[in-house]
Write a protein of this length. Sequence first.
Length: 74
Amino acid sequence: MKKSKVYYDKKTDVLWLNIKSGVEEKHQEVSPGVSVEIGKNGELLGIEILNASKVLGEKLAPRTKPPTYAHKIK
């Protein structure tokens, strides 16, 4: 199984969780500011969180990387 990637853009305060590569067929908001990207076979491709610092609070605070970066989740 491939590892997911997490992308955070400090300037726009958006967090993307890339679960699986594929062509996005549907983008659906599941909670205010939280959307999922769905592929043509209904598979979850990714999750987007707007205003991530407010939604996730201090979970993002310790990050000291440049404004846009990516790292893999184990």
